[in-house]
Design a protein around this ligand. Sequence first.
Ligand code: SF4
Ligand code: SF4
Length: 473
Amino acid sequence: MTIPQQPGPTPVTSPGGSQPASGPRDVLGAAAQPPGVGAFDEHHPPAAELVADCVHCGFCLPTCPTYLLWGEEMDSPRGRIYLMKQGLEGEPLSDSMVTHFDRCLGCMSCVTACPSGVQYDRLIEATRQQVERRHSRGPRDRALRAAIFALFPYRRRLRLLRGPLRAYQATGLPRLVRRNGLLRRLAPTLATVESLAPRLGRAARPPQRVAAVGTRRAVVGMLTGCVQGAFFPEVNAATARVLAAEGCDVVILPDRQGCCGALSVHNGREEEARRFARRMLDTFAAAGIDYFVVNAAGCGSTLKEYGDLLRDDPRYAALAADFAGKVRDLCEVLVELGPVATRHPLPVTVAYHDACHLAHAQGVRAQPRRLLRDIPGLELREIADPEICCGSAGIWNILHPGPAAELGDRKARTVLATGARLLVTANPGCLMQVAASVTRAGGDIALAHTAQVLDASIRGRGVEELLHQRTPS
Ligand code: SF4
Ligand code: SF4
């Protein structure tokens, strides 16, 4: 893979390379945008001292998926930080700037690659909030985002889609739609959503609580999640069984918990995210839990940052910081507690895919690998370029279907090159994205969440049940 190297930031250009950085100006030459300090207003702009931490070394560039795709300096972490600097110095928030910020997947690969410890995660989160407040999007983009945020953070609304989706999947239509390619040509966004939909089975309602098997070692809350809860209920069921088998009382309260706010945080919708976070705290703050366990990477990284999200809220700030300290990814808590349940053999080759918000945002890489390697008979294989995002990134693959498909195709090639029979990851978005990409590539590999593999081993279910979960037809 050839990475174009550039000595330093270049002038801001449009995706086509010709549009000037400045936004529209009125007859007096003033920037036609709301008053504020350059691109940003005074409510938590990207911090100048964090921007100044970047020494322009470029070590992050080869790990940035958008730089890999386009080789444009302004589509790299260094370029985006340069744009933030320009904005802080008085440059107005132009359409071109917003395009480069929007194109960032938020994968945080640059954060782990940066030797200077630049906190790009905090910078882009603050920038996105500014963009949502201060930039007026075009009607199509507004309508698409409105539709996504009226649906995705609401598990009950998503569940209403299950019936029609199962009926559609029971016909031969999905195969036909993908084969003739008409939908992709006429409506690429709809075609992307169609290709991502997982094959649905029956869904049982989660219980309020699941009691620990044997001696109780901890009481844990468990996130059911929106997409996870609606489309992957079997992953939640497996998570609860594994936790119970390892001596945890699992408090689920499925009717009271809502969205954790991750999608809203990652897309700059600050107030909406805070509303979701307060509700989550109201549900679990008095539940007497030792840990709050999450099996979706994007949700976990947001829940761990509740203290920051609610720092301006006098009623919730301390509660949020305390709760955030209890949040653990499933693999983290299992390694922390240590295994007590017997693992039965699972003779299968597994490729483990690092979800970006688990590996880069939470630093959880070793724990899932250790848990998988501890299963007798399981052979773990590494995927090449593990730091490069699969292109899912929350709703990025719906907002940018073409480039997301390119990243998905790269990932599918590296996954299939392992020759493994089972792909394991810990995020519903990655599962759907990689499944769709493998199908496009004509490959065939079973997919499972880490929780399902552990569950199959603990229950002695054998490997066939796992291998039954194929990519979409
Ligand atoms: S978060 Fe990912 S896409 Fe965004 S700048 Fe960093 S590496 Fe690139
Ligand atoms: S973000 Fe870090 S790795 Fe990237 S150019 Fe700046 S200092 Fe270097």
